[in-house]
Design a protein around this ligand. Structure first.
Ligand SMILES: [Zn+2]
Length: 255
């Protein structure tokens, strides 16, 4: 059966409107995990999702995977304790060049300055069973840069994170969801075993392991919207009024 992969960024209270979309509050995140539990979903590790799409293991009827992009400090401070309450696996995709630093690439979007994970926090996450993946060295648009630059981003970040962890870092997530056939090839050539995009939709057996689909959970998604994303892995949940208008248009045509 197909797997829904959820994409989060920050588990934190937003400090301003610009970052609100990317901040799921700890309370809302806990409610998401409660819904996953109550709806009877199994939470899979990234490695199990890859085995599932490769047909090596049978995927359960209701399956979901949890991912966090960027490697913000709140993954350790806020997300980890809640994941541990439920004993759920998760993956955190880290920008290797910003370890121990700040979210400098977000400044142009008007985000407040926030702390990124330190090397010690990355090791602590891994020690708690969280899968650490790469999110490039400097959070660039891989679909827009040349092959040499892409290759540098994916290789350098893999090596840097492997240095921190003392173990292989086999998974990757494209920053901004930006990819191209060249970028996808560079990820394969760098030795990764799987990568996720920001394309919405569920992942079935036979899906491309280097372009796994994810559904973005936004800061202000209501519980019912989360439920629909869990089930259908969409990215955009139109307000009910939109859905009603579309339905009316369809019914008009049928008259
Ligand atoms: Zn990112």
């Amino acid at each position: 059966m197909p797997v829904t992969m959820l994409m989060y960024h920050m588990i934190a209270v937003p400090e301003n409107a610009a970052e609100a979309r990317f901040c799921r509050t700890p309370d809302a995140f806990r409610k998401d995990l409660e819904q996953i539990q109550q709806a009877g979903y199994q939470v899979l590790s990234f490695a199990t999702v890859l085995d599932g799409v490769a047909g090596k293991v049978e995927l359960p009827d209701k399956a979901v995977a949890i991912t966090f992009d960027d490697g913000m400090a709140c993954a350790y401070e806020n997300a980890l304790p809640i994941l541990q309450e439920f004993s759920y696996p998760a993956s955190v995709f880290v920008v290797s060049g910003l370890v121990g630093g700040y979210n400098d690439w977000c400044k142009v979007f008007g985000f407040p300055r926030r702390r990124m994970l330190t090397a010690n926090e990355i090791r602590a996450l891994a020690g708690s069973g969280v899968n650490i993946g790469s999110h490039t060295a400097s959070h660039r648009w891989l679909g827009k840069i040349d092959k040499v630059a892409v290759s540098k981003e994916v290789r350098e970040s893999k090596a840097a994170l492997e240095d921190i962890l003392g173990q292989e870092v086999p998974h990757f997530a494209y920053p901004f969801g930006s990819w191209s056939p060249v970028a996808r090839n560079a990820v394969i050539e760098a030795g990764y075993s799987g990568a996720c995009s920001t394309i919405s939709g569920r992942n079935r057996k036979g899906a491309d392991p280097y372009l796994l689909h994810r559904s973005e959970i936004k800061g202000d998604d209501a519980p019912w919207q989360f439920r629909l994303k869990l089930r259908f892995a969409t990215n955009d949940m139109p307000p009910i009024s939109d859905a009603r208008r579309k339905l009316r248009q369809i019914l008009e045509k049928w008259k």
